[in-house]
Ligand binder design. Structure first.
Ligand code: ADP
Length: 333
């Protein structure tokens, strides 16, 4: 049931707590914002809660129907759990502060908030086809039909564009992985998860001295060794996402423990080419996994390289030769 709406007034920064990004554990912002946040504020009575989508870092995530200006729009509602500690509430508001400045076709954008009553809610554009990891797994051959080569290239291109945008705004994601990308109804892939939803895929994360959980399978040596997260470490993770795309959602270094993965990455052993991966695409992955961070391509170069393949009507379909595959191809037998 919808009630009367409040006006969609922009929120003053002062309504949203601090500008302190230093403690943001997950999405790092290197520059400070200024001014007024321009996301609309809604009242809870405008939001109809439909089914539950899952559990996020702050509480439950629902599919919702947002009524505004006589129209209904589907949204994903992230509701802050009841009895959240003051710190969690502050994190929730800081997350709004961070992400409300990001707008791009390949970023899951926040479309509004409802902060005047409890539960406090963030509203995101609704991504009907769910997360990219599930999407890929559901189409994995031989039981699934696979995806056309152009679809795979478009997925790779969408993520690279979203990351180029984030990098150009001095954001370091730190947790780029297929599970953190979402797929829209019209197959556009967008980068999501600016929170810490690590419980759902806990086997993808590694606990360092019982502190934070780390996605070691997506991390370069310098992040594993020194805890250094930069745009260059996001590039490495992007290479692993390419590997996930072309292997239809296999877990990187499948069959190895996190501790073993750490030794392998430190020892310079790289993932092998996924089955049927075109050689130029595998070559791009390997460029993203250059040991020296500065030698990895940047997102602009990656976007351009993939665009060239798209313009050619597809990535040249040269299979990676057996001789060219050293390292670890983790395909369950
Ligand atoms: P958080 O980032 O707060 O930890 P998640 O992003 O992991 O939460 O969301 C939890 C669940 O809700 C996931 O299963 C995810 O697929 C789903 N979800 C999140 N955002 C959207 C969205 N915009 N559209 C559709 N489903 C979403």
């Amino acid at each position: 049931i919808y009630g009367n709406s409040r006006l969609n007034s922009p929120i003053e920064m002062s309504e949203l707590l601090t500008n302190n990004f230093a403690n943001q554990p997950h999405l790092t912002r290197n520059t400070r914002g200024n001014g007024v946040l321009r996301i609309p504020q809604y009242s809870l009575s405008q939001i109809k809660f439909l089914e539950e989508l899952g559990e996020g870092a702050f509480g439950k995530v629902y599919k919702g129907a947002l009524k505004k200006n006589g129209e209904t729009q589907f949204v994903a509602v992230k509701a802050l759990k009841e009895n959240a500690s003051a710190k969690t509430q502050a994190d929730f508001r800081r997350e709004i502060d961070l992400i409300s400045e990001l707008t791009h076709d390949n970023i899951v954008c926040i479309v509004g908030v409802a902060l005047r009553e409890e539960p406090l809610c963030m509203l995101f554009e609704f991504m009907a086809r769910g997360d990219l990891h599930e999407f890929l797994m559901g189409r994995a051959p031989p039981s699934g039909k696979g995806l056309p080569p152009m679809r795979l290239l478009n997925i790779a291109s969408n993520i690279a564009s979203g990351m180029q945008y984030l990098a150009s705004h001095h954001y370091v994601h730190r947790d780029l992985a297929a599970r953190n990308c979402l797929v829209s109804d019209d197959f556009i892939v967008k980068i999501s998860d600016f929170g810490l939803s690590r419980d759902i895929y806990s086997s993808d994360y590694y606990r360092v001295q019982s502190k934070s959980l780390l996605p070691v399978r997506w991390m370069p040596p310098e992040s594993i060794l020194y805890g250094k997260f930069t745009t260059e470490s996001d590039i490495w993770s992007y290479g692993v996402v390419l590997w996930e795309i072309y292997s239809y959602g296999l877990q990187p270094y499948y069959g190895y423990s996190n501790q073993e993965v750490i030794s392998m990455v430190r020892g310079g052993e790289l993932l092998a080419a996924p089955a049927n991966c075109p050689a130029p695409m595998y070559s791009l992955m390997r460029d993203c996994w250059k040991h020296t961070p500065q030698r990895r391509p940047n997102f602009e170069e990656i976007v351009n390289r993939i665009q060239e393949w798209i313009n050619m009507g597809g990535c040249p379909e040269i299979a990676v030769s057996e001789a060219g595959t050293s390292g670890f191809g983790h395909r369950p037998s």
